[in-house]
Design a protein around this ligand. Structure first.
Ligand SMILES: [Zn+2]
Length: 752
């Protein structure tokens, strides 16, 4: 799973004749490298980039997409063993399969029958597409949503638009109650995580929730449908989990610790992430008979969808009988772990990961990422065999059960939290590698500059550098007004390319929000209407997503070069000035957007004294200024030390261990109010999965709970002070010792 940004993207890269950039010349300047290390690094990268091939990407992709491989299934376990064997053959070390006994979810049966005003038996499965042989595979499951409860109910149906709280407010205004009824909602208008829709329906007292794919969002209203185009056909069903993992991800019965065999578990009644409602997804084929028979008031214009019918709110006339049987319970999930041991600093880790489990074949999600990972590891193994071993250790993981509740990565992250906090440099996530040509790079703000810099050395299939392709697309989207806050506008225009607003929805979550590691996420996207359906498969990828497997190859290259830079840098390329300017942007947005005065500022008459705000963010902004100044000083000292060439390894280790701790210092051990598992004070996610900056502070301000808001602001200020002191101390150490080193070098130079 990865947030479906796809629905809105339909831009085809225009073929244009640009000069091919010179991406092979030796560079002498890379963030974090001395000139001689940069030259060596460039050589390693050129060699590395030459290894992945589109043919191998395609071959791997076929292996992973040949059969359905849902979390916990026999096939997904076989694929774990396949990865273990491949990695061993490729030259990875310490390859191991780790088992977690988690509360999992599987479908048994589902039936939906309209009993009034007419009879209709829902299909609840996808119809095979003639040109796509995989769509005929008998192992494809029918309609189901992970973590639904089992049950049986006969009730009338209400159309509740997108199933968000404001939609129920509108129903109430129209005199329609949903208590004891079945709500029918659509997936994305606007997008919200289906688990949030389920929780909202549960809180409204609904007996069950049906979530369908309206053609307006991902079907024929967008363009040609599969097998003639990339959009979702009549019968496509978006499966998915409804786990309340925005409360706590991973195994619902082991919140905060790992589900290793024999681990203690909390009683199921106490598990806050377990839904208590029946839930089922529908194709529009199955939703249409319900919608067109509904009574009640006409739905408002923005509730009307893409079907050629009038959408009504319903409430009485349409009655259905729904029966869902689930097979939920403890089952093993398997995480595969391998590494390339670092030649010089084996105890410093750069962690890479991709999930393996798919709702069906997982053409895009996640097998495009899995294929890219297999080519990445082949290239890394080859380099190591030829003596080009990274300085730090690269740890690579294939996660299980991401789709259920970010489960495998969460359990692994919880198991190794202490080691990771002491030793980990960063986590680099790829979920869906590619559903099209548009690059989307996410990073915590301290890594945004190195991400942007790295894209300059890679070639996009359009012929431009990846950097130029990224920039062109970003400018195009800004013009089209699609920006929607995804790009930050702080600092240099270049670092503004990277999306520094990081929500949840994939395996980076445990590393950022629980362990306190800097994270990066990479994806190419495009028009993609078959997300989580049986049609997201090999056929779709070969006809629409990435027919030449060139973006898969580019992903292996990009992911690997980023990992190698973090593994080989003399000084880790964290940019804290960039971090500070992002945090300032978050704080400014909060004070601008949220009503800090209890009334809109327009209500204040000219000449009238503005009331004192209930929360004064000036001390926080002052602390940000100091952190930014400290970051700039360290940047300058690091640049000088690197440019001077020789850097004492002990000194470099001291600086790097220090800068690695900065991210950890953004953690509040108590977590954000109400969600203790989520410990990061800068990054969080809303229940909808949308990114939520300064989560504790923002939520308190939104509730106008000024006592909590003041406490959260003070926690933020203290963390800024701690990190300012840390960065200042590191700067002093670096200046002091490089000054001493230069003096002793010139003394020894004088002797000879
Ligand atoms: Zn995914």
């Amino acid at each position: 799973m990865k947030l479906s940004r796809a629905a809105g993207c339909s831009t085809l890269a225009l073929l244009s004749l640009f000069c091919i950039p010179n991406l092979t010349r030796a560079q002498t300047s890379i963030l974090g490298f001395t000139p001689s290390s940069a030259a060596r690094e460039t050589e390693v990268e050129i060699k590395f980039k030459s290894i992945p091939t589109p043919d191998e990407e395609r071959r791997q992709h076929r292996i992973f997409t040949s059969e359905p491989h849902i979390a916990g299934s026999k096939r997904n376990h076989e694929l774990a063993e396949y990865i273990r064997d491949e990695w061993t053959r490729q030259g990875l070390e310490d390859v191991i399969i780790r088992r977690y006994d988690v509360y999992g979810t599987n479908p048994k049966s589902a039936a939906l029958e309209m009993i009034a005003p007419t009879h209709y038996q829902a299909l609840l499965h996808e119809v095979a597409l003639d040109p796509d042989p995989d769509s005929k595979n008998p192992a494809i499951t029918g309609a189901w949503l992970g973590m639904s409860i089992s049950g049986e109910v006969t009730a009338s149906v209400v159309y509740a638009h997108s199933g968000n709280p404001e939609d129920y407010d509108l129903l109430r205004k129209n005199g329609i109650r949903v208590k004891g009824k079945i709500v029918l909602v659509r997936y994305s208008n606007p997008y919200s995580y289906r688990g949030f829709k389920a929780l909202t329906a549960q809180q409204e007292g609904a007996a069950a929730i049906l979530i369908y794919s309206d053609p307006q969002e991902d079907g024929y209203k967008k363009g040609n449908v599969d097998p003639d185009g990339p959009w979702g056909p009549e019968y496509h069903i978006q499966r998915g989990a409804i786990t309340y993992d925005f409360m706590v991800p991973g195994d619902p019965l082991t919140p905060g610790w790992a589900s290793v065999p024999g681990a203690k578990r909390i009683p199921i009644e106490d598990a806050v992430s377990m839904p208590k409602i029946m839930a089922l997804p529908l194709s529009w084929h199955d939703a249409k008979p319900l919608l067109e028979n509904m009574d009640g008031p006409m739905a408002p214009p923005d509730w009307q969808g893409g079907l050629p019918i009038q959408y009504h709110l319903g409430g009485e006339r349409v009655k259905i009988h729904l029966k869902i049987e689930m097979d939920n319970g403890i089952q093993p999930y398997y995480v595969v772990e391998g590494r390339i041991r670092g030649a010089e600093l084996p105890d410093e880790w750069v962690v890479l990961g991709n999930h393996r489990d798919a709702w069906v074949f997982g053409g895009v999600d996640p097998s495009s990422g899995t294929a890219s990972m297999m080519e990445l590891t082949r290239a890394l193994g080859k380099l190591a065999k030829e003596g080009m071993r990274p300085r730090r250790t690269l740890v690579v993981c294939s996660w299980d059960g991401e789709e259920v509740g970010l489960t495998g990565s969460t359990e692994w992250g919880e198991q190794f939290a202490d080691e990771l906090r002491a030793q980990a440099v960063a986590y680099l996530n790829v979920d869906e590698a590619t559903s099209g040509p548009n690059f989307h790079g996410q990073a915590v703000a301290s890594l945004a500059p190195m991400l942007v810099e790295t894209t300059r050395t890679l070639q996009d299939p359009s012929g431009k550098s990846l950097y130029d392709a990224w920039k062109a697309r970003s400018e195009r989207e800004k013009k089209e007004g699609k920006q929607s806050g995804q790009f930050n506008d702080s600092g240099a225009a270049d670092s503004g390319l990277a999306d520094t607003r990081i929500g949840s929805g994939s395996d980076h979550t445990v590393f950022l929000n629980f362990v306190g590691m800097p994270v990066l996420g990479l994806q190419f996207d495009g028009p993609y209407g078959v997300y989580h359906s049986a049609y997201d498969d090999f056929f779709w990828m070969n006809h629409f997503g990435d027919p030449g497997y060139r973006y898969h190859t580019l992903m292996s290259q990009l992911w690997g070069v980023l990992a190698l830079r973090l593994a080989n840098a003399n000084l880790l390329p964290f940019d804290f000035a960039s971090y500070a300017s992002n945090i300032r942007q978050f704080v400014n947005e909060l004070s601008k957007e949220k009503n800090m005065w209890g009334q809109p500022s327009s209500a204040v008459q000219p000449g009238e004294a503005r009331p004192t705000p209930p929360l004064d963010l000036k001390p926080v902004l002052d602390a940000i200024d100091e952190f930014e100044a400290a970051g700039k000083r360290l940047d300058e000292s690091a640049s000088h030390a690197l440019a001077a060439g020789a850097l004492d390894p002990k000194l470099a280790a001291t600086i790097n261990h220090g800068t690695m701790q900065v991210e950890r210092n953004w953690l509040n051990p108590d977590g954000i109010p109400g969600r203790p598992w989520f410990k990061h004070i800068l990054y969080g996610a809303r229940f909808t999965y949308a990114h939520l900056e300064l989560p504790g502070l923002t939520e308190a301000v939104e509730k106008q709970d000024w006592t909590t808001a003041k406490r959260q602001a003070e926690i933020l200020r203290q963390a800024l002070l701690t990190n300012t002191k840390l960065v200042n101390d590191l700067n002093d150490t670096l200046n002091h010792q490089t000054a001493g080193q230069t003096a002793s070098q010139s003394r020894s130079d004088g002797i000879h």
